[in-house]
Structures are given as structure tokens and as C-alpha cells.
Design a protein around this ligand. Structure first.
Ligand SMILES: Nc1ccn([C@@H]2O[C@H](COP(=O)(O)O)[C@@H](O)[C@H]2O)c(=O)n1
Length: 582
């Protein structure tokens, strides 16, 4: 299997060009969020992947040309990011033994001219990642890596101290001298590692440092953070706290976490924007000050060379800056160092996460549950000859698998998580038969439950929100018969709560089928079996087994759970590809 597949970048004919120039204001802001390590952009040919084929070197060139244009127009251009830099791509997660997730990739990422970056929950799952952000990343942002409500406990001079990972807030001036007060807020995430803490946004706004920071009126409050912008999020808490002091000051909010394109206006002097996921989307917001009014616009740009060339009017060598080319070379060098082009096998077809029903032979979920898990886990476990049923959360699979070369990079893309596999033995056939259905009824909190319990939308599985968003696009498309005759390329079709069209390029939506939160392999034809599951869902699985047993047998507890194999989720697809697709 010593095949090497080169990373490549495409700007080919499959990409539809924008037709509307950007609307510039007095302050203009470019936004990224939930990039999850996709520094190289999307590399596959299956539509709509080429829509997102720009790498961050090209993005660097793009922003540099826009900055020059901003100077010519005598306006300000800022760039912000809402967090989740880790988990989702080999460039962050494919680090060698002894390395730290994201450490190398973020050296490239921070070469982009961000004015403010905020922390995401994926910076907090592991202490060593959070510590790396504290020690190595935040200092390089010079006070602009904002973690307003996130602390870390570190040892310094023999003492344990609890400090913000970055800075709580930043006050700075734009190139044209406008005063900005910025915060970086994370939703009340609960799965953070030990020795990191997250204060709820509601408590944060009561802090004296926050009240002091907002006392002086800036020209713009810039709220960047890892929270959805939907009304069920925590943004209104922060917004209202500022509005109580400054009823008229413009507020620009940049959210994330649910991976969707979205825009709302909490009042007429504010706009909230969320800009997608995985380096697919660049958000654009403009604010124009007109006598005592503020006019906002927003746009969702597909991140590719055709978009960049259209909006800068620059092509080929005129477009690519030296810095941009250096960053692209750096991505290639990192990819080589991490051996990300190593080919495990050749996928015989595309396998989709939500584009086909779960029962389809083209479903990656079906492939995972019915083929990948049974084949690889049984092979690698000492209990391989004991009948077993395999259960996983669908959220553990992050992306499609595309026909053709399946590389180490693709393995991290389909699932970056190092979750292990565990089992409980002697589960009866009748209990095992109900586990997946019962989990889907009550396992991870559904949005309805969360809303009714008045918790935040951000604590739901973001995958559920993203999935509903795609579902809405597909249903609307199908309910408008005329739309299906239009000759559009595949892509996102956003409807949000802000005026005018948001998508820079009109598309037709990718077909979408609902996906249950949990999935299982076929039930073996035997009275008792091992129930094998992803460690991430251990608590839910135990609760559900005990609920189904309803006290008829002793409860299963953590003591009954044992490791099933040395394999983790992030390496089962590679093993499968080398066994079946080579
Ligand atoms: N170790 C993990 C971590 C997360 N997941 C899945 O991702 C969901 C969280 O979504 P983010 O966008 O914040 O990543 C979570 O609910 C799980 O579905 C996982 O499987 N394993």
C-alpha cells in the first residue's frame, strides 16, 4: 500500500462563479468558523466539494487584495474567527506520536491576518490542546485570542493558577481609528477536560471586569464566539447586557458551533452572522454608517478560487501573493510530514452521510455499522469469535467518503475522534434488539427537550441542527416545483432572517435524508451477545440497557464495561480500506 496521492488544489469548470460584487460598508468583516483543520480546503471532485476547494494560502492572498481595496475605498476591513480549529482533518489530527493536535497546523493558520479569534469547544476536549492554545497560540495573537469565559489551570513557579486561556476582551482601533471593544464567548460546554473551566455567559455578564469593559462606548462592539446565533442560544444574554448600557451602539456578532450559514438581527443596529463549517464558507458583513442609522449587509461566499478571482478581479500570478504561496507550500510540507497522502485503498464508490437514506448501500453510516465495525473490530479483538452487536452515535462520523483514493487524510475527515470501543457481555437478544431504538428515543438530548428545559441550543448535538438545516433546504426545494428545472450547481441554499439573498452563488441543494442519532449493526442470531459501543456514548448505553431491563436483572454499571479492542474510531476506516478496498 505504498501509494502516495498528491494533495492537489482545483479551480476547474465545476465551480459556478458569483455574479454580484460584495457590498462594502465603512467597516467590513470577513468571518470563518468551525474550520476543524481543513486548511487545504476540500480536495475531492464529487459535487459540491469543488465549491470549497480554496486553501488558506489562497484565502491569505484573497484577504490581502481585499485589504488593498479597503484602503482604496478608505474603509476598514477586519477578519475574525469563531473557533473549533481542531478535530476534523489530518492536518490537525494526523500528528505523529508525541505531538499535539493542531500544534503545527495552527502555525500556518495564524499567518492569516485575523483581528480577533475566539475559542471553540474543540479546543477544550483535551487538556494538552487547551494548554497548547494557552502557551503557544494565544501569545502569538497579541491579546486578540479571546476566551472571555474560559479558564485553564496551570502550574507556574510551583503554584497552581487559574487564568484565562487567552484574553477576556480586547479594545483596539481599526486602521481608520474606529474604536472596537471585542469579546470571545463560548457556550456553556460541559464535556471540557479537567482543569479547564467555562463560566456560563449569563454569569460572565455579571462580572465586574465585563461591566468595566463595556462602560466606555466604542464605535462598535465586536462579539465573536462559539455559539449558534439562533434565538435559543446565549448570545441574547450578552447582547442585552450591552444594550442595557448602550442602547444605540452598533453590535456585530459572529457565531459558530452548529456549522450552518445563518443571519439574524437582534435589533436594527446589530447583525449576527454564522458562517458554516470546514472552510467551506467565508462570511462577509458590512456596516455603513448613514447619519444616525447603520446599514448592515451579509454574504456567504463559497471558498474557492473562482469566488476569489471574481471578487478581486485578479487571476493567476496576479492573484497569488508570496505569503499565500508560502502558506500553500507549508500545507503541502505538513501533509508530507504527517504522511497524509498515504493510500489505504481505493473506495469503489461515493458513500454519503445524509445524501442517501441510511439503509442505502451508498450510506457511509450503513457502511460503518454493517461493514467497517464488524470487520475491523472482530479482527482486532480477542473476543472476535463471540457474537456481537455494534452501536455508535452517528455524530462520530463527520463527513462523506468519496470514490477513489482513501488516504490517511480521508480517515481523519470521516472521523477524527480517538474514542475507543467498549463492551458489556451477555446482553440478551431481546435487550440488544431494542438498544438502538431506545437510544434514538432518549439518548442524546434532542432539540425539543433542550428547548423545553430552557437550556441553550448549543448544548444540543450541533449535528442535529446542521442536519435540520440541510433538511429544510431539500424540503423547500422539493415543495417548489419550478426550482427543480433551474440549471444550478449543487451547494448550500440558505434562507435566513436577514434581508436579501445571502448566498454569493445560487445553488440547488444536495439531497438530504434524516439520520438517526444512533446506529447499530445487524443483530446476531444468538441468545446472548457482546454489546460493543463507542466509548463516547457509554453513559447513554448503560442507562438504556438498564431502562430496558427495568430492574429484572441487576443494573449494568461502569464496572461491567471493558475495552473491546486497541482500535479507536479514527483508525477503523483505514484498516477497513486496507483490508477490503486495496
Ligand atoms: N469525542 C467525541 C467528540 C464529539 N463527538 C460528536 O461530535 C458532537 C459534537 O459536535 P461538535 O461540532 O462540537 O464537534 C457530539 O455530540 C458527538 O456527536 C464524538 O462522537 N466524539
Amino acid at each position: 500500500h505504498e501509494h502516495q496521492v498528491p494533495f492537489r488544489y482545483q479551480d476547474g469548470p465545476f465551480i459556478a462563479a458569483p455574479t454580484r460584487p460584495l457590498v462594502w460598508g465603512d467597516i467590513n468583516i470577513i468571518h470563518t468558523t468551525d474550520t476543524h483543520g481543513w486548511l487545504s480546503g476540500h480536495l475531492k471532485d464529487t459535487a459540491p466539494e469543488p465549491n470549497y476547494s480554496g486553501d488558506i494560502g489562497m484565502l491569505s492572498s484573497f484577504v490581502s487584495h481585499l485589504k488593498a481595496e479597503a484602503e482604496e475605498r478608505n474603509v476598514d476591513l477586519l477578519m475574525v474567527d469563531s473557533g473549533d480549529l481542531h478535530d476534523g482533518n489530518g492536518l490537525t489530527d494526523g500528528f505523529p506520536v508525541g505531538g499535539i493536535d493542531g500544534h503545527e497546523a495552527l502555525k500556518l493558520f495564524r499567518r492569516l491576518p485575523y483581528d480577533v479569534m475566539a475559542i471553540g469547544n474543540h479546543e477544550l476536549y483535551k487538556y494538552e490542546v487547551a494548554y497548547d492554545m494557552y502557551k503557544n497560540f494565544a501569545p502569538k495573537l497579541h491579546g486578540r485570542y479571546l476566551t472571555s469565559n474560559v479558564n485553564i489551570t496551570v502550574e507556574e513557579s510551583g503554584q497552581l493558577i487559574n487564568v484565562p486561556i487567552g484574553d477576556r476582551f480586547s479594545k483596539f482601533q481599526t486602521r481608520l481609528g474606529r474604536n472596537i471593544t471585542a469579546f470571545g464567548v463560548l457556550f456553556d460546554f460541559q464535556l471540557n477536560s479537567i482543569n479547564t473551566t467555562i463560566q456560563s455567559p449569563a454569569d460572565m455578564v455579571q462580572e465586574s471586569w465585563f461591566k468595566d469593559a463595556i462602560a466606555e462606548e466604542p464605535d462598535l462592539f465586536l462579539l465573536v464566539g462559539h455559539m449558534a446565533i439562533q434565538p435559543g442560544s446565549r448570545w441574547p444574554v450578552v447582547f442585552e447586557a450591552i444594550r442595557a448600557v448602550h442602547p444605540l451602539t452598533p453590535i456585530a456578532i459572529f457565531g459558530g458551533h452548529t456549522h450552518i450559514r445563518d443571519c439574524v438581527q437582534l435589533d436594527s443596529r446589530s447583525m449576527s452572522l454564522e458562517s458554516g463549517q470546514f472552510m467551506e464558507t467565508l462570511g462577509w458583513m458590512s456596516l455603513k454608517f448613514e447619519s444616525d442609522q447603520v446599514a448592515f449587509t451579509r454574504r456567504y461566499l463559497d471558498a474557492n478560487m473562482v469566488t476569489y478571482a471574481y471578487h478581486t478581479g485578479k487571476h493567476g500570478e496576479d492573484f497569488h501573493t508570496k505569503e499565500g504561496k508560502d502558506i500553500t507550500t507549508g500545507i503541502q510540507t505538513l501533509s508530507n510530514a504527517f504522511n497524509l497522502s498515504y493510500q489505504f485503498g481505493i473506495a469503489p464508490q461515493d458513500y454519503f452521510k445524509q445524501r442517501v437514506p441510511t439503509s442505502s448501500s451508498s450510506s457511509v453510516i450503513n457502511l460503518f455499522a454493517s461493514q467497517v465495525l464488524p470487520t475491523t473490530l472482530k479482527l482486532s479483538s480477542t473476543r472476535g469469535d463471540i457474537p456481537a452487536m455494534f452501536v455508535a452515535n452517528s455524530g462520530v462520523l463527520r463527513y462523506d467518503v468519496f470514490k477513489g483514493s482513501f488516504t490517511r487524510n480521508d480517515q481523519y475527515i470521516v472521523s477524527p475522534f480517538q474514542n475507543t470501543f467498549e463492551y458489556v457481555q451477555n446482553i440478551s437478544r431481546s435487550v440488544a434488539a431494542q438498544v438502538v431504538d431506545e437510544l434514538n428515543r432518549s439518548g442524546l438530548p434532542s432539540l425539543e427537550k433542550l428547548y423545553s428545559e430552557n437550556t441553550s441550543i448549543d448544548q444540543a448535538d450541533p449535528f442535529e441542527v446542521y442536519s435540520r438545516w440541510l433538511q429544510g433546504q431539500w424540503e423547500r426545494w422539493n415543495s417548489e416545483p419550478s426550482s427543480s428545472t433551474e440549471n444550478l450547481t449543487l451547494g448550500y441554499v440558505t434562507t435566513d432572517a436577514c434581508p436579501g439573498a445571502g448566498d454569493d452563488v445560487p445553488h440547488q441543494p444536495v439531497p438530504h435524508y434524516p439520520l438517526p442519532p444512533f446506529i447499530g449493526s445487524d443483530l446476531p442470531n444468538t441468545d446472548y451477545m457482546d454489546l460493543v459501543f463507542v466509548s463516547f456514548i457509554r453513559d447513554s448505553v448503560l442507562i438504556v440497557i438498564n431502562e430496558i431491563n427495568a430492574g429484572n436483572v441487576p443494573n449494568v454499571t461502569d464496572a461491567d464495561v471493558k475495552p473491546y479492542t486497541q482500535l479507536a474510531v479514527d483508525n477503523v476506516f483505514g484498516l477497513y480500506a486496507s483490508m477490503v478496498w486495496s
